[in-house]
Design a protein around this ligand. Structure first.
Ligand code: 5GP
Ligand code: MG
Ligand code: MG
Length: 178
Protein backbone atom coordinates (compact mmCIF):
# COMPACT_ATOMS: atom_id res chain seq x y z
CA UNK A 1 0.00 0.00 0.00
CA UNK A 2 1.22 3.55 -0.78
CA UNK A 3 2.63 5.32 2.29
CA UNK A 4 0.07 8.19 2.05
CA UNK A 5 -2.94 5.86 2.08
CA UNK A 6 -4.57 5.28 5.48
CA UNK A 7 -7.17 2.75 4.44
CA UNK A 8 -8.53 1.04 1.36
CA UNK A 9 -12.11 1.65 0.26
CA UNK A 10 -12.12 -0.65 -2.80
CA UNK A 11 -9.45 -3.25 -3.56
CA UNK A 12 -8.26 -4.09 -7.07
CA UNK A 13 -10.30 -7.29 -6.87
CA UNK A 14 -13.48 -5.42 -5.88
CA UNK A 15 -12.97 -2.94 -8.72
CA UNK A 16 -12.46 -5.72 -11.26
CA UNK A 17 -15.56 -7.51 -9.97
CA UNK A 18 -17.58 -4.30 -10.41
CA UNK A 19 -16.26 -3.92 -14.00
CA UNK A 20 -17.23 -7.51 -14.73
CA UNK A 21 -20.73 -7.08 -13.33
CA UNK A 22 -21.38 -3.75 -15.09
CA UNK A 23 -19.84 -5.02 -18.34
CA UNK A 24 -22.27 -7.96 -18.41
CA UNK A 25 -25.27 -5.67 -17.93
CA UNK A 26 -24.07 -3.28 -20.63
CA UNK A 27 -23.44 -6.17 -23.04
CA UNK A 28 -27.04 -7.27 -22.59
CA UNK A 29 -28.60 -3.79 -22.66
CA UNK A 30 -26.69 -2.58 -25.74
CA UNK A 31 -26.57 -5.71 -27.89
CA UNK A 32 -28.91 -4.21 -30.52
CA UNK A 33 -27.05 -0.90 -30.98
CA UNK A 34 -23.48 0.41 -31.10
CA UNK A 35 -23.26 2.79 -28.14
CA UNK A 36 -20.85 5.68 -27.88
CA UNK A 37 -18.99 5.42 -24.56
CA UNK A 38 -18.03 8.91 -23.43
CA UNK A 39 -15.31 9.02 -20.79
CA UNK A 40 -15.13 12.17 -18.70
CA UNK A 41 -11.46 13.12 -18.33
CA UNK A 42 -9.34 12.61 -16.46
CA UNK A 43 -10.77 10.60 -13.58
CA UNK A 44 -12.67 7.99 -15.60
CA UNK A 45 -9.75 6.81 -17.75
CA UNK A 46 -8.67 3.81 -15.65
CA UNK A 47 -12.25 2.68 -15.04
CA UNK A 48 -13.19 3.10 -18.70
CA UNK A 49 -10.32 0.98 -19.99
CA UNK A 50 -11.14 -1.88 -17.61
CA UNK A 51 -14.91 -1.62 -18.10
CA UNK A 52 -15.01 -1.67 -21.91
CA UNK A 53 -12.86 -4.83 -21.96
CA UNK A 54 -15.80 -6.50 -20.19
CA UNK A 55 -18.38 -5.33 -22.76
CA UNK A 56 -18.87 -8.12 -25.27
CA UNK A 57 -20.57 -6.21 -28.09
CA UNK A 58 -19.47 -3.39 -30.41
CA UNK A 59 -18.85 -0.01 -28.77
CA UNK A 60 -17.21 3.23 -29.85
CA UNK A 61 -15.32 5.47 -27.44
CA UNK A 62 -14.71 9.18 -27.13
CA UNK A 63 -13.67 11.61 -24.41
CA UNK A 64 -14.72 14.95 -23.00
CA UNK A 65 -13.01 17.18 -20.49
CA UNK A 66 -15.11 19.69 -18.59
CA UNK A 67 -14.63 21.96 -15.62
CA UNK A 68 -17.40 23.26 -13.39
CA UNK A 69 -17.71 26.97 -12.88
CA UNK A 70 -17.70 27.69 -9.19
CA UNK A 71 -19.26 30.95 -7.99
CA UNK A 72 -17.85 30.97 -4.47
CA UNK A 73 -18.31 27.61 -2.83
CA UNK A 74 -21.42 26.54 -4.74
CA UNK A 75 -21.23 25.11 -8.22
CA UNK A 76 -23.38 27.16 -10.61
CA UNK A 77 -24.25 24.09 -12.65
CA UNK A 78 -22.64 25.47 -15.78
CA UNK A 79 -19.70 23.63 -17.23
CA UNK A 80 -16.91 24.85 -19.44
CA UNK A 81 -15.84 22.42 -22.16
CA UNK A 82 -12.06 22.00 -22.08
CA UNK A 83 -12.04 19.21 -24.66
CA UNK A 84 -15.08 18.37 -26.74
CA UNK A 85 -16.09 15.09 -28.35
CA UNK A 86 -14.76 14.38 -31.83
CA UNK A 87 -17.87 12.31 -32.62
CA UNK A 88 -21.39 13.58 -33.35
CA UNK A 89 -23.88 12.28 -30.77
CA UNK A 90 -26.96 12.96 -32.90
CA UNK A 91 -29.10 9.81 -32.91
CA UNK A 92 -26.53 7.89 -30.87
CA UNK A 93 -27.02 5.84 -27.73
CA UNK A 94 -24.57 7.46 -25.34
CA UNK A 95 -23.08 5.87 -22.24
CA UNK A 96 -21.36 8.47 -20.06
CA UNK A 97 -18.57 6.92 -18.01
CA UNK A 98 -17.64 8.68 -14.78
CA UNK A 99 -15.34 7.97 -11.88
CA UNK A 100 -17.64 9.31 -9.18
CA UNK A 101 -21.07 10.93 -8.96
CA UNK A 102 -21.24 13.42 -6.12
CA UNK A 103 -23.42 16.57 -6.36
CA UNK A 104 -24.39 15.66 -9.91
CA UNK A 105 -23.86 19.19 -11.25
CA UNK A 106 -21.17 18.14 -13.74
CA UNK A 107 -23.14 15.24 -15.18
CA UNK A 108 -26.35 17.25 -15.21
CA UNK A 109 -24.73 19.87 -17.43
CA UNK A 110 -23.19 17.24 -19.72
CA UNK A 111 -26.57 15.51 -20.12
CA UNK A 112 -28.20 18.84 -21.02
CA UNK A 113 -25.56 19.43 -23.67
CA UNK A 114 -25.81 15.95 -25.19
CA UNK A 115 -29.63 16.17 -25.19
CA UNK A 116 -29.41 19.52 -26.97
CA UNK A 117 -27.19 17.79 -29.53
CA UNK A 118 -29.98 15.21 -30.03
CA UNK A 119 -28.48 12.03 -28.57
CA UNK A 120 -31.03 9.20 -28.90
CA UNK A 121 -30.46 7.99 -25.35
CA UNK A 122 -28.12 8.89 -22.50
CA UNK A 123 -27.24 6.68 -19.53
CA UNK A 124 -24.61 7.04 -16.84
CA UNK A 125 -22.14 4.45 -15.61
CA UNK A 126 -20.24 5.51 -12.53
CA UNK A 127 -17.75 3.46 -10.57
CA UNK A 128 -18.57 5.28 -7.32
CA UNK A 129 -21.70 7.02 -6.08
CA UNK A 130 -21.95 9.34 -3.07
CA UNK A 131 -25.74 9.72 -2.86
CA UNK A 132 -25.60 11.70 0.37
CA UNK A 133 -23.91 14.60 -1.48
CA UNK A 134 -26.44 14.99 -4.30
CA UNK A 135 -27.63 18.54 -5.13
CA UNK A 136 -29.44 17.91 -8.40
CA UNK A 137 -31.89 15.10 -9.08
CA UNK A 138 -29.74 12.80 -11.16
CA UNK A 139 -29.15 9.08 -10.81
CA UNK A 140 -26.81 6.70 -12.58
CA UNK A 141 -28.45 3.59 -14.00
CA UNK A 142 -25.18 1.66 -13.57
CA UNK A 143 -23.28 2.03 -10.29
CA UNK A 144 -20.17 0.15 -9.19
CA UNK A 145 -20.32 0.88 -5.46
CA UNK A 146 -22.11 3.36 -3.21
CA UNK A 147 -19.70 4.96 -0.75
CA UNK A 148 -20.06 7.29 2.25
CA UNK A 149 -19.17 10.98 2.08
CA UNK A 150 -15.37 10.67 2.32
CA UNK A 151 -12.81 12.08 -0.11
CA UNK A 152 -11.28 9.15 -1.97
CA UNK A 153 -8.26 8.84 -4.27
CA UNK A 154 -6.78 6.28 -6.61
CA UNK A 155 -7.81 4.40 -9.77
CA UNK A 156 -8.16 7.68 -11.68
CA UNK A 157 -9.22 9.88 -8.76
CA UNK A 158 -6.73 12.54 -7.70
CA UNK A 159 -5.73 14.79 -4.87
CA UNK A 160 -3.87 17.74 -6.40
CA UNK A 161 -3.41 15.67 -9.58
CA UNK A 162 -1.63 12.86 -7.72
CA UNK A 163 -2.60 9.27 -6.79
CA UNK A 164 -4.50 8.65 -10.06
CA UNK A 165 -2.18 5.72 -10.81
CA UNK A 166 -2.98 3.70 -7.69
CA UNK A 167 -4.67 0.43 -8.71
CA UNK A 168 -7.11 0.62 -5.75
CA UNK A 169 -9.26 3.33 -4.13
CA UNK A 170 -8.48 4.59 -0.66
CA UNK A 171 -8.51 7.37 1.89
CA UNK A 172 -5.48 9.60 2.40
CA UNK A 173 -3.89 9.86 5.82
CA UNK A 174 -4.87 13.05 7.65
CA UNK A 175 -1.24 14.27 7.63
CA UNK A 176 -1.20 14.41 3.80
CA UNK A 177 -3.67 17.33 3.87
CA UNK A 178 -1.73 19.37 6.40
P1 5GP B 1 -20.13 16.49 -9.09
O1 5GP B 1 -20.92 15.20 -9.14
O2 5GP B 1 -20.11 17.06 -7.73
O3 5GP B 1 -20.50 17.48 -10.16
O4 5GP B 1 -18.61 16.23 -9.41
C1 5GP B 1 -18.05 15.03 -9.39
C2 5GP B 1 -16.56 15.23 -9.68
O5 5GP B 1 -15.92 15.77 -8.50
C3 5GP B 1 -15.91 13.91 -9.95
O6 5GP B 1 -15.90 13.61 -11.32
C4 5GP B 1 -14.53 14.10 -9.37
O7 5GP B 1 -13.69 14.68 -10.33
C5 5GP B 1 -14.73 15.08 -8.21
N1 5GP B 1 -14.90 14.35 -6.93
C6 5GP B 1 -16.04 14.16 -6.24
N2 5GP B 1 -15.83 13.43 -5.12
C7 5GP B 1 -14.52 13.12 -5.13
C8 5GP B 1 -13.68 12.33 -4.23
O8 5GP B 1 -14.08 11.76 -3.21
N3 5GP B 1 -12.37 12.23 -4.59
C9 5GP B 1 -11.84 12.82 -5.69
N4 5GP B 1 -10.54 12.64 -5.92
N5 5GP B 1 -12.60 13.56 -6.56
C10 5GP B 1 -13.92 13.70 -6.28
MG1 MG C 1 -15.02 12.97 -12.97
MG1 MG D 1 -9.99 15.99 -9.35
Amino acid sequence: MHKDIGSIVLTEEQIQAACERLGKRLTEDYKHTVPLCVGILKGSVLFMTDLIKKIDTHVEIDFMDVSSYHGGTESTGEVKILKDLSTSVEGRDVIIIEDILETGTTLNAIIDLLSYRKANSIEIVTLLDKPSRRKVAIEAKYVGEKIPDDFVVGYGLDYQEKYRNLPYIGLLKEEVYS
